[in-house]
Design a protein around this ligand. Sequence first.
Ligand code: MRU
Length: 340
Amino acid sequence: MIKELAGLKTVCLNETKDAVVILDQTLLPEKEIYVSLFTEQDIWDAIFKLKVRGAPAIGIAAAYGIYICSSKIKTSSFEQFYNEFCRIKVFLSGARPTAVNLVAALDRMERRILLNKEKSVPQIKQELLKEALAIREEDATACRQIGENGLALLRPGMGVLTHCNAGHLAVSEYGTALAPVYLGQERGFGFKVFADETRPLLQGARLTTYELQRAGVDVTLICDNMVSSVMQKGWVQAVLVGCDRIAANGDVANKIGTSGVAVLARYYGIPFYVLGPTSTIDMQCPDGKSIVIEERHPEEVTDMWYNRRMAPEKVKVYNPAFDVTPRELITAIITEKGVW
Ligand code: MRU
């Protein structure tokens, strides 16, 4: 755990284990406010509204969330318990479509039930708690190993560019794309990080700079349209990004704008690395064209940031939350198992 970030708890259970507690990321960096989620609607809203976001964090929130909701189901009948679990699972799965981690975590929770269906309902509830905690722990361990595998490809003093937020706030502890940066920081590598602001919701400006600055990393914020300029100046020696779904052929969905950064990296001859846990690989998904891309409300583009309208009323808006980077543009995919 990075000591400067130890106080920031992205997602956890409360002491009485009847609520999921999240740091509301829509309020950062001005306010650090923790919110308790007690119901399936609370959990769905928090994921949909990006109060908790980032592929692995969404998976952990969903696993904790379905445990909380299941623990409140009042029945001793396995059939009734399982039917109600499946209803909640379908509901939570629909909160966001692109990150595979959401459905993968919920599927794991269901498998834990089916493996223990001979047990009593109270015992099954305990199994669900263990599975949710295991998902979180495995994520933290994977992130640290992703950091080691990524750091082996970097050299002290490098300039690295990242898009969106794939750090402590998006996962457990070290993050994915930022894990080599944090490990490098602990080992005196002295990286210089460029963080894209990441329009329209500014995860880079609001979250990545916030956590890197707090950890003492040298970070410079740039607008999305400045990437070419900083690459042209020779300030960037590697690009590190996270991922929401890796298709079987190696195409990668990540935050909108990632594919543009990859095109620029190729043009300037800069390695483009995607970092994520193997749980983000979806072998059922043959290629990038098969990945469902979430489209979000036009207001995120037209109204969100200045408390006033930034575009004419009724203007047509296209607001995809993710894009697909074709595998040809990816130098390597770095997971906890190695470099691919
Ligand atoms: O819409 P968001 O903020 O959930 O998008 C997040 C990203 O695209 C991240 O890069 C991705 O989830 C990886 S997080 C380790």
